[in-house]
Design a protein around this ligand. Structure first.
Ligand SMILES: C[S@@+](CC[C@H](N)C(=O)[O-])C[C@H]1O[C@@H](n2cnc3c(N)ncnc32)[C@H](O)[C@@H]1O
Length: 243
């Protein structure tokens, strides 16, 4: 995907760290509600531009991991105090545990149940007993909605970006993947202007699949009462490793 490689230096103009205040606050409230004992360390899998981390680092000692070296390089500019490691969430093994393991929208890039199982196993292996795993995929089969969205930001360095995001319908009710087309207009520096089309294929699974995979990984699903700011727009699965 060009968004996470050649366009990575533009990612904060596509989605700015300030867009993530509510989401990061949700993660912190879930941790306060669910973790047994002190919660100080957080591992994020698929941390991208480090937008969530830019808020979470005020509360947690964050270890940020992503499959894209370009996205890690961008995140380092925003979060130089966090540890950054390159790794695939399906196979990453750090031989240590954390109080919190968080996977935000990056988990939506897993398009088969086998890959989703592998990522959930990675999360389970890296959370301490009494700690929490928080997964917030873009959609489940139940809440998936096709549609369009747009946005973008002006930078302070003379660059600006605008995008159209087009989520296409599922090909069948049983489909476990869907396609999103991004049309990205990138302006600057100076008079430079280019338009990029980037096609992303994402995964979508029924809630029951998520719940089964979390249970198979030895995690207890927690029915937290913490209000999700993205209720009905984005799913949230919260699970604790038993003590
Ligand atoms: C939308 S971005 C994440 C943005 C992030 N939520 C933030 O706060 O900036 C999605 C990220 O998922 C990463 N990704 C996709 N598949 C991955 C995998 N198998 N393992 C690790 N990272 C992955 C991409 O490289 C990309 O950086």
């Amino acid at each position: 995907m060009r968004m996470y490689s050649e366009l990575a230096p533009w990612f904060h103009l596509l989605t700015h760290p300030s867009d993530y205040t509510d989401e990061a606050a949700f993660v912190t409230r879930v941790v306060d509600d669910v973790v047994e004992g002190e919660a100080r360390t957080l591992l994020e899998l698929g941390s991208g531009g480090g937008n969530n981390a830019s808020h979470l680092k005020a509360r947690f000692e964050c270890t940020l991991t992503d499959i894209s070296p370009e996205m890690l390089a961008l995140s380092k500019t925003l979060n130089p105090e966090c540890k950054h490691l390159e790794g695939d969430m399906r196979t990453l093994r750090l031989d240590r545990t954390f109080d919190v393991v968080f996977i935000h929208d990056a988990i939506s890039y897993l398009t088969t149940e086998e890959d989703l199982r592998a990522a959930i196993e990675t999360a389970a292996l890296h959370v301490r007993p009494g700690g929490v795993v928080i997964l917030t995929p873009d959609a489940t089969t139940e809440i998936f909605k096709p549609g369009t969205d747009h946005g973008g930001h002006d930078g302070e360095d003379g660059r600006s970006l605008r995008y159209l995001e087009w989520t296409h319908p599922l090909e069948s009710p049983e489909a476990t993947t869907y396609v999103m087309d991004y049309l990205i207009a990138a302006r600057g520096p100076g008079e430079k202007f280019r338009i990029v089309h980037d096609r992303h294929t994402l995964g979508v699974f029924p809630e029951a699949t998520w719940e089964r995979l979390l249970a198979d990984a030895g995690l207890d699903l927690v029915d937290t009462t913490v209000e999700n700011p993205y209720e009905l727009e984005q799913a949230a699965f919260v699970a604790r490793r038993p003590t």
